[in-house]
Ligand binder design. Structure first.
Ligand SMILES: NC(=O)C1=CN([C@@H]2O[C@H](COP(=O)(O)OP(=O)(O)OC[C@H]3O[C@@H](n4cnc5c(N)ncnc54)[C@H](OP(=O)(O)O)[C@@H]3O)[C@@H](O)[C@H]2O)C=CC1
Ligand SMILES: O=C(O)C1=N[C@H](C(=O)O)C[C@H](O)C1
Length: 245
């Protein structure tokens, strides 16, 4: 049986570099690495599966080549348009894809805790999400924050596109129960902080995760690629990899 080899895209980036280190640490071979200007059609045939932390602008090309060659895909890139998200879902009908806004065990546990807390605390608690990242992050809010809002919206019967409130500015009026606030701070070298706030009259519950190294995301992504190796076509996330569903 041929050796399992990774293609690492965005390899010159913060996460690409971390993934290469994580693969070595886990004894997983990197068959090829590529960045802007490199040829995907030359790199992918040498590999079994791609780990992608690049740009959502690359996703369409990456999906097309992965489909052409029948290769699995681990997508960590965030900031996708609705059209790109639909392409990921469509491709997963043919190839196995792990698509996760956050590959850390801690954040995926926060996802689980957030759902349970929303269920237990009930509809009287106002829901807000606050995130902070380093000054170089291009997209906002973070993909992790979007996932947290989607989890909260799912429990409350709300919708991300219509009920998520991205910040507040001007004479916005009193808060309504049907909104979920999301607020993005940017600065310094913050790796990734996320807080979910459940606020009621008389009390408040806050769940917080703080990442201090990108190794936590990279290690989870390599673990996801190894998990995906024997899976059928489908759209999976890190909750599937960790057995948290
Ligand atoms: N799911 C998760 O657990 C995590 C997700 N992320 C996400 O991963 C992505 C990358 O983050 P990070 O590594 O910090 O970012 P970086 O900017 O450090 O790295 C991105 C790399 O991709 C390259 N790139 C940019 N555009 C393209 C393109 N169109 N095609 C191919 N390569 C391209 C960049 O090249 P150049 O510099 O020349 O533009 C760069 O080398 C972000 O979307 C981020 O949100 C980050 C951490 C964890
Ligand atoms: O850009 C980053 O750095 C990160 N992005 C991911 C996101 O958008 O949620 C995950 C992590 O928070 C770091």
């Amino acid at each position: 049986m041929s050796e399992f080899k990774l293609l690492v895209t965005g390899c010159k980036g913060r996460m690409g570099q971390a993934v290469i280190s994580a693969a070595e640490a886990q004894g997983v071979a990197v068959g090829a690495s590529m960045d802007v200007g490199d040829s995907l059609s030359e790199a992918l045939p040498k590999c079994s599966c791609t780990i992608d932390f690049s740009s959502h602008h690359f996703t369409k090309e990456l999906l097309a080549e992965s489909l052409r060659l029948g290769k699995g895909l681990v997508i960590g890139t965030t900031g996708h348009t609705d059209e790109e998200l639909a392409l990921i879902k469509e491709a997963s009908k043919t190839i196995p894809v792990v698509f996760a806004s956050n590959f850390s065990v801690g954040v995926n546990t926060l996802f689980w805790l957030t759902r349970k807390a929303a269920e237990l605390l009930g509809p009287d608690f106002d829901l807000e999400v606050v995130e902070m990242h380093h000054r170089m992050k291009k997209d906002s809010p973070s993909g992790t924050a979007r996932t947290l809002v989607e989890i909260l919206a799912g429990v409350r019967g709300l919708d991300y596109d219509t009920d998520c409130r991205h910040g507040r500015f001007g004479d916005v009026g009193a808060r309504t129960p049907k909104e979920i606030g999301v607020h993005a701070l940017r600065g310094g070298d913050v790796v990734g902080d996320h807080t979910v706030v459940f606020a009621n009259l008389g009390e408040r519950v806050e769940l917080t995760h703080k990442a201090s190294s990108r190794d936590t995301f990279a290690g989870g992504a390599v673990r996801a690629a190894r998990w995906l190796a024997d899976k059928p076509a489908g759209l999976y996330d890190m909750q599937d990899v960790l057995g948290l569903k």
